[in-house]
Each structure stands twice: as structure tokens, then as C-alpha cells.
Design a binder for this molecule. Structure first.
Ligand code: NAD
Length: 510
């Protein structure tokens, strides 16, 4: 591990603030970063104070004035070079993510790949920031809309995708001509410093001004609150729990800023009698157990037709028994630790509440002990049986707990599916065209993502990512999500030499 930290420039006492590649002296409290894998300290960081944040915000605002003038395709070229640099550090970054957050190495490599993909996407985007043209109702007039860079963008990220979520924002924002101030989760600050060093080196080689990509590590009440309240940041993109989103959303709204909220999910899948059960079980296993149940898109509820319920349950329990739990860097391991012992406590409490509320644990849910497990962060993934409206089932417990719920008719299944406050990702497993079309229709899933015969997790960057209801309504990554990061300007040019008014109004004509 020390070798990886050295290669990524993470040795010695670290400063919690970087602009491009330069560390800035910080004056906040010290932060020790513990790995959930073996419970050891991986690094020490001096966090930013309120004043440190203020200095960085000023630098980001100044840098924006220059960066916005660089032609968009040239900005794309810088993003392309960042993607190249990430490719050459892929393995080291993945190992760091695994050790800092706990996800298994293939998933961590997938996360780095996601950054490369969104950077490549943003390179193309830098040449396709298209606006519409309209036909004016006035003769000799031309109307069109154009998209301008927006300003410095504040990005708040959760621990579970310590690299990908920032990159969905930062690579698109860079192509759009914005600068970025990133507040990563205090559980995964090392990944943030590592990628900032890699990307910052490219900015330095391109002789770009400091302040384009910035990271500020600090507490919620210091950096987090400042970022949300700062009027210099026209857009705050915040990824995390619903509680955080409510708080940040209110702060941003009170200054009439733009808030892109990517919050918690409570993702359900419907399994109908026509489903290919082999494919379904494999998809649900990955969706529920992958990243130890700590994805916003993790499958948390499976709504299964009564006729196939017993067979489905037995097959799924068999599949869960095969899951190898252990060191996330070891081959063959499918599930690593939860992010910390707090997360384990929350999982145990949710299971106790479930039993009080009449639910039943069918498999798993134990805290493992002995050897590496003594870190206290390893659990067995859990399958439970519950009613669709059991109160704890309506909440997102960020842990590998899967609720099985029984249904009689597809209308009832869709009702059960939609009857939670969150609306991120959803899926139906069926081979019946009518069932899948109903699920995808406006009478079907109410989520931002709806899939057929594919689990709820593992989204590709090409599609806009996000959800409805308590999930916050934001959209990141592909499709036209870039529009959040730019300001739209509608333009009318009069080349007629006359002054006809819109709506045929005549005003002061002689
Ligand atoms: P969290 O809400 O505890 O923290 C997320 C981030 O918000 C952290 O950087 C944290 O420091 C910051 N934060 C918290 N309170 C804040 C405040 N008052 N002001 C400013 N910043 C504040 O979430 P977490 O435990 O890190 O991550 C898990 C949650 O994130 C889950 O609910 C998960 O579903 C969600 N998530 C959503 C998406 C998505 O795209 N929808 C993606 C990943 C994770």
C-alpha cells in the first residue's frame, strides 16, 4: 500500500486543499484516514478552515474568468490529456479506492474506467455544445440560443464513489468552461488528493492558471456549509443522503442558486413469472451485494410474484451462500467490508427494527470476526422478508440488506414499487412484452432510471443519471446533463433595418 501511496504522491503530512496541483497551507483540524479493510490509518490530512475555503473560492472565481475564454474544443483537449493521465494510473488509483472505501478491486477498476469514459465523453461534448435556432415571427430577424460557461461549480460527493461522481461533474464542467471546487467525503479524501494531483499535473503542463480544479477537504459545518452558501458558485452539485440534500438544497435555494441534487435511492425490482430466473438471480446478486450494498443504485427491494416466490427465494439464498467475503484486493472475493464500523451499527439497528416491525431475516446479517474480520467492518449480506409498507423498508439503509416482497398482480407490484419516497433506479425482470411496456409507461416506474432484464446498478455514463422525488431530481453524466453546467442565452438579431415588434404590437408609429 505504501508503494501505491508514494506513486500517487500521498506521502507525509498532507494539506487538505489543492488548486490544480499545488497544495495550499491549511489551518483546520487534523483528519486521520482509516482503511475499512484492516482498520489501519492510511494518512493524515490538515483540513481546510473557513478562511482556507474562502481563498480557494476566490482562486476558482478568478481562474473562471480565464478558463471560459479558452475555446471549448481546446478545453476538451485538456480533458483528453487528463483521461490519458488517468489511464496510466488506473491500477494504482483502483487499489487506493479499494483500500480507502472497501469495494473490491474489479469494481474499483470499473470506477476508474468510469472516469476515463466520462472524460472521453466530455472531449466529444466540447465540440457539441449545441444550441437551437428558432424562426422569428418578425421579418429580417434571427433567433437562436447559445450556451455560455456558468462559473465556478461546487461539487459535494459521497464516500461510495470517491472518484466517479466527481469526474461526472468535473469533466463535463471543464468542457463547459467552468472551474470546480470539490468537497469530497471526509471518509475518502486520499482518492480526491490523488486524482487532483494527476489532473493538476496536466493543467500545470498546459500552463493553465491555478484555480481550475480545486479540492477542499473539511467538515460539513466548515467547508460544506460555506460551499453551499457561497454566492460566487452559481451551481452546487451535491451527491449524498436525502438529509444532506434537504439541507444543502435549502441553503442554495435561499440565495437563488442552482442545486443539482443526487440523493439516496431505495431501488426496487419486479420479478414476474415469465422472468428468466437464472439471469434474474445473477443480476440481483450483483445489484444487491455489489459494493457491499453501498451504491445509491443498490437493489434494496425485490417484488416477486406469489407463484414463483418460494423458488426465487431458495435460489437467491443459494446464490448468497456462495458470496466470498474478504480482502477487497484478493481474487475471488465478491464483497469487501462496509465503509466503517458506524455503517455496521446502522445495518444491525435496521435489522432489529425490521424484526420489531414484523419482518423476518431469512439469511445473513451477521458481523464477522477473526483475522481480517476483526476490523469490525465485515458482515454477511442479508435477505429479509417484509411487507411493502413496513416502515423500515421505506428507508434507505446503506448496507447489504435486501427485502423480498410478494405480489399478486402487476398493477399491485408497480404500486408497491412506487410507494417509497425515493425515485432513483428500478427494473423489471420479465419476458412478457406487455409487462415490460407497462412498467416503462407513465403508469409504470416513477424513477429516473427504469430497466428491463438489467439490474438497477451499473449505469453507463452515456445516459443522464439521477432520480425523482426524494432522490432530488438532478441529472449528471451523459445525454444533455451538460446543460446544468452552462447558462442559456436566447438571442434575437435584427438585420432588417425596420423595427417590427413581436406579437404585432404597434408602438409610437408615425
Ligand atoms: P452523506 O450525506 O453523509 O455525505 C455526502 C457528502 O455531503 C459528504 O461529502 C458530506 O461531508 C457532505 N455533507 C453532509 N452534510 C452536509 C452539509 N450540511 N452541508 C454540506 N455538505 C454536507 O452521504 P454518504 O454517507 O457519504 O453517502 C451515502 C449516501 O449518498 C446514500 O444516501 C447514497 O444513496 C447517496 N448517493 C447518491 C448518489 C446519486 O447519484 N444519487 C450517488 C452516490 C451516493
Amino acid at each position: 500500500m505504501n508503494d501505491v501511496l508514494r506513486k500517487l504522491g500521498l506521502e507525509g503530512p498532507l494539506m487538505g486543499t489543492m488548486t490544480n496541483r499545488s497544495a495550499i497551507r491549511c489551518h483546520g483540524e487534523n483528519l486521520e484516514v482509516f482503511s475499512p479493510v484492516e482498520g489501519r490509518c492510511m494518512g493524515k490530512i490538515v483540513q481546510a478552515s473557513v478562511e482556507d475555503f474562502g481563498r480557494v473560492a476566490e482562486m476558482a472565481a478568478d481562474a473562471f474568468l480565464e478558463w471560459r475564454l479558452v475555446p471549448a474544443p481546446k478545453r476538451g483537449e485538456v480533458v483528453r490529456r487528463i483521461a490519458q493521465a488517468v489511464r496510466s494510473h488506473k491500477k494504482d488509483l483502483a487499489v487506493l479506492i479499494s483500500m480507502e472505501m472497501g469495494k473490491i478491486l474489479p469494481e474499483a477498476e470499473g470506477e476508474v474506467q468510469e472516469m476515463i469514459d466520462i472524460a472521453d465523453f466530455s472531449v466529444g461534448l466540447s465540440r457539441t455544445l449545441y444550441g437551437l435556432t428558432m424562426h422569428s415571427e418578425r421579418p429580417g430577424h434571427r433567433m437562436y440560443e447559445q450556451w455560455h460557461p456558468l462559473g465556478p461549480v461546487g461539487v459535494i460527493t459521497a464516500f461510495n464513489f470517491p472518484l466517479a461522481v466527481w469526474s461526472w461533474n468535473a469533466m463535463v464542467a471543464m468542457a463547459a468552461g467552468d472551474t470546480v471546487i470539490w468537497k469530497p467525503s471526509s471518509k475518502t479524501p486520499l482518492t480526491a488528493l490523488a486524482i487532483s494531483t494527476i489532473a493538476g499535473r496536466v493543467l500545470e503542463e498546459e500552463s493553465l492558471p491555478e484555480g481550475i480544479l480545486n479540492v477542499v477537504i473539511g467538515g460539513r459545518s466548515t467547508v460544506g456549509e460555506q460551499l453551499a452558501a457561497d454566492r460566487r458558485l452559481p451551481l452546487i452539485s451535491a451527491t449524498g443522503s436525502v438529509g444532506m440534500g434537504r439541507h444543502v438544497g435549502r441553503t442554495v435555494a435561499s440565495r437563488l442558486g442552482r442545486a443539482l441534487l443526487e440523493l439516496g435511492g431505495n431501488n426496487g425490482v419486479i420479478v414476474t413469472p415469465s422472468a428468466d430466473l437464472d439471469l434474474t438471480i445473477r443480476a440481483i446478486l450483483f445489484g444487491a451485494v455489489g459494493t457491499a450494498g453501498q451504491r445509491c443504485t443498490t437493489i434494496r427491494r425485490v417484488i416477486v410474484h406469489r407463484r414463483i416466490f418460494p423458488r426465487f427465494r431458495d435460489l437467491l439464498m443459494d446464490a448468497y451462500r456462495q458470496v466470498v467475503i474478504g480482502h477487497p484486493l484478493d481474487e475471488g472475493v465478491l464483497m469487501g467490508p462496509l465503509v466503517d464500523v458506524d455503517a455496521v451499527g446502522k445495518m444491525r439497528r435496521a435489522l432489529a427494527v425490521l424484526e420489531q416491525q414484523g419482518g423476518r431475516i431469512l439469511y445473513g446479517g451477521q458481523v464477522l470476526r477473526g483475522g481480517i474480520y476483526d476490523a469490525g467492518t465485515y458482515v454477511t449480506p442479508c435477505i429479509c422478508e417484509a411487507e411493502h409498507d413496513t416502515p423500515i423498508v421505506l428507508e434507505e439503509t446503506f448496507a447489504p440488506i435486501l427485502y423480498l416482497i410478494c405480489y399478486e398482480s402487476l398493477e399491485e407490484a408497480i404500486h408497491f414499487h412506487n410507494a417509497v419516497p425515493q425515485g432513483l433506479s428500478s427494473a423489471i425482470f420479465t419476458n412478457d412484452l406487455r409487462e415490460s411496456e407497462l412498467f416503462l409507461s407513465h403508469r409504470g416506474s416513477d424513477c429516473g432510471i427504469a430497466n428491463v432484464n438489467v439490474g438497477t446498478s451499473g449505469a453507463e455514463i452515456g445516459g443522464a443519471f439521477g432520480g425523482e422525488k426524494d432522490t432530488g431530481g438532478g441529472r449528471e453524466a451523459g445525454s444533455d446533463a451538460w446543460k446544468w453546467y452552462m447558462r442559456r442565452q436566447t438571442t434575437t438579431i435584427n438585420w432588417s433595418g425596420e423595427l417590427p415588434l413581436a406579437q404585432g404590437i404597434r408602438f409610437g408609429d408615425r
